[in-house]
Design a protein around this ligand. Structure first.
Ligand SMILES: *Cc1c(COP(=O)(O)O)cnc(C)c1O
Length: 396
């Protein structure tokens, strides 16, 4: 079976995906889909986006041969350095793409949801650069936990709107953002942060993140004259993973998507719906989610704030059941060890999210011994130093 470009426009991946939203939102989603499919083919739009990715965000990012890490894990490892982008993670690929899309649609205002604050910051960044108004919905519990990112967004000229409903976290922020969009759709674009949500978002965000895989392909062919044996990436909502995997889907390359195993799958304290979840609807699409027997979404846990999400993009659910992508998890402790390992062997502090992918190098199936592996280093770890210190029992 060929996987690439198989399901762009319909929004259903063998039943996963779809648009589980109130009827009042359907016109907005329809308008967005039409505009996107038209602009996707527009050479001028592509050129414009490439310009901003290159001159503003810092693309292409290097594909770096990590020699000392390689000898530690017994593999030949290349790192795709998304940590070197503006903002320190891959998220800017998507927010720049969607913001440019919004301006072409004549929108003057962006709204976004954020949990850890990283997507809010990336949205506020793009809004500032294009001169758009920006309102970010954030649960009050998250605002307290992520004070620094709240301040960052405000520095970038965005308003952060506290959400005091439900559990005062990400899922409540999504609901408020959707409500806002329903009333203000004429002026406003809702900038979703990962390959989740109702169609067309999983398709749009994936397409804007595909640049990671496109560059990786060219770079590895240049460096090694061959494709890698496997590619490893961490999976929260799934955007950096699908972004690096996508352009290799029809090649003899294996993929490993690594979820947050938290304190271990058996404890229930994790954020690994692909490894330990079941089919359900969350945030407008049908995918796999962490839920109780009544379909209520369960609380999640991960040391990496960006992976701490009870759902995952529908295309990942599809790929799991197709068997095209392997999914596994690593624990908080394993991620912390990888955080230290990469810092000490290569002088690179990885984001705790990305440290999950690094940690998996030690758990790869034996058949990969000595083989060529690419890891998506989705972000840098400066934001995580405090959490790391706490986990290591260091007082700061
Ligand atoms: C947000 C984030 C993630 C998780 O999001 P995906 O959509 O799964 O990519 C991973 N790594 C970093 C550095 C992040 O900021």
């Amino acid at each position: 079976m060929k996987y690439m470009n198989k399901f762009p426009a319909k929004g259903k991946f063998d039943g996963f995906g779809g648009q589980f939203v109130p009827e009042t939102l359907m016109p907005a989603l329809e308008e967005l889909k039409k505009a996107y499919l038209k602009l996707k083919k527009d050479k001028k739009f592509k050129r414009e986006l490439n310009y901003y990715l290159r001159e503003y965000a810092g693309r292409p990012t290097p594909l770096y041969y990590a020699k000392r890490l390689s000898s530690q894990v017994g593999l030949k490892v290349y790192l795709k350095r998304e940590d070197l982008l503006l903002g320190g993670a891959h998220k800017i690929n998507n927010t720049l793409g969607q913001t440019l899309l919004a301006t072409h649609m004549g929108k003057t205002r962006l709204i976004a949801e954020t949990g850890a604050g990283q997507h809010g910051v990336a949205t506020a960044t793009a809004a500032a650069m294009f001169g758009l108004k920006c309102d970010v919905y954030m649960g009050t519990v998250d605002m307290e936990r992520q004070k620094l990112n709240v301040f960052r967004m405000r520095l970038l000229g965005a308003r952060v709107i506290p959400v005091k409903s439900g559990s005062c976290t990400l899922k409540d922020a999504v609901n408020e953002a959707l409500r806002d969009w329903t009333t203000n759709v004429r002026t406003t674009h809702y900038l979703l942060g990962s390959v989740v949500g109702p169609h067309p978002y999983p398709m749009i965000v994936r397409d804007f993140q595909r640049v990671i895989g496109k560059e990786t392909r060219e770079q590895i062919l240049n460096a090694e004259k061959r494709l890698p044996d496997a590619i490893v990436a961490c999976v929260g909502g799934g955007s950096n993973a699908i972004g690096i995997f996508y352009d290799f889907l029809d090649d003899p390359v294996e993929f490993y998507g690594i979820e947050a195993g938290g304190k271990g799958l058996k404890t229930g304290k994790h954020a690994a719906p692909l490894c330990d979840g079941s089919g359900g609807v969350l945030h407008g699409s049908y995918s796999v989610v962490m839920q109780d027997k009544f379909g209520q979404i369960l609380p999640t846990h991960s040391i990496a704030a960006g992976l701490d999400y009870p759902g995952v993009g529908p295309e990942h659910a599809f790929m799991k059941f197709q068997g095209r992508i392997h999914y596994d998890s690593v624990t908080d402790d394993e991620a912390m060890n990888a955080f230290k390992l990469l810092s000490e062997t290569e002088g690179i502090l990885p984001a705790l999210e990305s440290a999950h992918a690094i940690a998996y190098l030690k758990k790869m199936p034996r058949k990969f011994k000595g083989k060529l592996i690419v890891v998506n280093l989705s972000g840098r770890g400066d934001k995580d130093v405090e959490v790391a210190a706490k986990a290591m029992g260091v007082k700061m």
